[in-house]
Design a binder for this molecule. Structure first.
Ligand code: BJ8
Length: 382
């Protein structure tokens, strides 16, 4: 059995290793679906025997190509995703038989229109208000529409039984990932934030969910056993940071590594890829489409108005993870998260009375020095 550092390395390599698996699946006549958002109800694809994979761009490499069509002053996640699609530089985008988007932020919405010129794109109309029956009914009908589109496109039948199986599988993944990220509650945490993030992230590129779930279970058990035998991968004096804001796949080294190289440790990721989506399971006792609709509509992204779910979740996590400080990561030109920094700051600094800092950044290396200086000063102050 591999050692823990080897295991962490395997999870870090998941994106690259998945390329080969994607090619094998294509050779076997299977279909790959590209997704861009946490609101995408992956259960529907799994129930259809399709293979969803995240196409959110996390590298600056294709951005110059994207800027030939898109404004420079746009979110790097959008530019990177689009750049990969038009240059065929990402094997997942290249192999994808269909792309699924949602009407989330304006930049993404308009990108899907452009992607429609080169790929088969299906856009789901996402309501922007939660806790409303009208929204829930609309989202439910959008999920049903997705089901019908996939059934027609790929000549499959998505039965209630298959949906229930898919719900179970995804719930199992969420529960296992919860057992992983809850290791951040320990004092000191049993795993660094960087390694935790890499495991969480790997699930977006792993096609064989049963094998993946087993692997995560083994890893969590191994981490726990080592911790119980006295191994401490994180110093007990490290300052406990909660990360919130935009998805950070493209800036994880810049932000998380810098925190952890400067006497901090990320104990909790509230943002997409972290707790935000995994906290709530799909209710297995309800009618599947209704249960899926309820679960996904409750995700607290800044495209929702108001976005009380995010505030409530952050408040709860600060207490549960005994957080010393909150860092809110805003990707350049992300207006919804940027405007929401005011509410988050009020909650963290005024109500919870702990330090808060917002960092606006992009995928370039140009602000590394500045980001490092700010993070170091923030941690010193805690
Ligand atoms: S559920 S966070 S994955 S929309 S693309 S909103 S960073 S300007 S990614 Fe997102 Fe779904 Fe919400 Fe999560 Fe801002 Fe960039 Fe838009 Fe972004």
């Amino acid at each position: 059995m591999s050692s823990l550092p080897e295991k962490f390395n395997e999870f870090s390599e998941a994106r690259k290793n998945g390329f080969i698996r994607a090619k094998e699946l294509k050779d076997q006549g299977k279909h790959i679906i590209g997704t861009f958002c946490t609101y995408t109800p992956n259960e529907i694809m799994h129930a259809a025997g399709l293979y969803p994979v995240s196409l959110c761009g996390m590298s600056e490499e294709p951005i110059p190509d994207a800027e030939k069509h898109l404004p420079k002053n746009l979110c790097p996640l959008i530019k990177s995703s689009y750049g990969f699609a038009i240059t065929d530089k990402c094997p997942y985008t290249y192999f994808a038989d269909m792309l699924i988007g949602e009407t989330t932020c304006d930049g993404k919405k308009k990108m899907y229109e452009l992607l429609g010129n080169i790929k088969n794109v299906h856009v789901m109309q996402l309501p922007q208000v939660q806790n409303s029956l009208t929204s829930l009914n609309m989202w439910k009908s959008e999920i049903l529409r997705l089901k019908e589109v996939l059934e027609k496109e790929f000549q499959v039948e998505i039965t209630e039984e298959k949906l229930k199986e898919a719900i179970k599988l995804k719930n199992e993944e969420r529960t296992l990932l919860r057992s992983l990220y809850e290791l951040g509650k320990l004092e000191p945490p049993a795993v660094s934030g960087y390694n935790m993030f890499k495991i969480l992230e790997s699930t977006q590129f792993t096609f064989d969910k049963k094998e993946q779930n087993k692997n995560i279970k083994d890893t969590v058990e191994k981490i726990k056993t080592e911790y119980e035998s006295g191994v401490r991968p994180v110093s007990k004096d490290a300052k406990r940071i909660l990360i919130t804001g935009c998805p950070i796949g493209g800036v994880v080294d810049k932000i998380v590594k810098t925190i952890e190289e400067n006497e901090g440790v990320v104990v909790c990721f509230e943002n997409c890829g972290g707790v935000k989506e995994k906290m709530r399971l799909v209710d297995e006792t309800k009618e599947p489409i209704e249960a899926i609709a309820e679960k996904y509509l409750s995700i607290g992204c800044s495209v929702m108005t108001p976005n009380n779910e995010r505030l409530n979740l952050i408040s709860q996590l600060i207490d549960e993870y005994k957080v010393d400080g909150v860092i809110d990561v805003v990707l350049q030109a992300c207006h919804t998260y940027s405007v929401e920094t005011k509410n988050i700051k009020d909650l963290v600094a005024k109500e919870k009375e702990i330090p808060y800092m917002a960092i606006e950044t992009d995928y370039s290396q140009s602000d590394i020095g500045q980001v490092k200086t700010r993070i170091t000063a923030f941690i010193e102050m805690l």
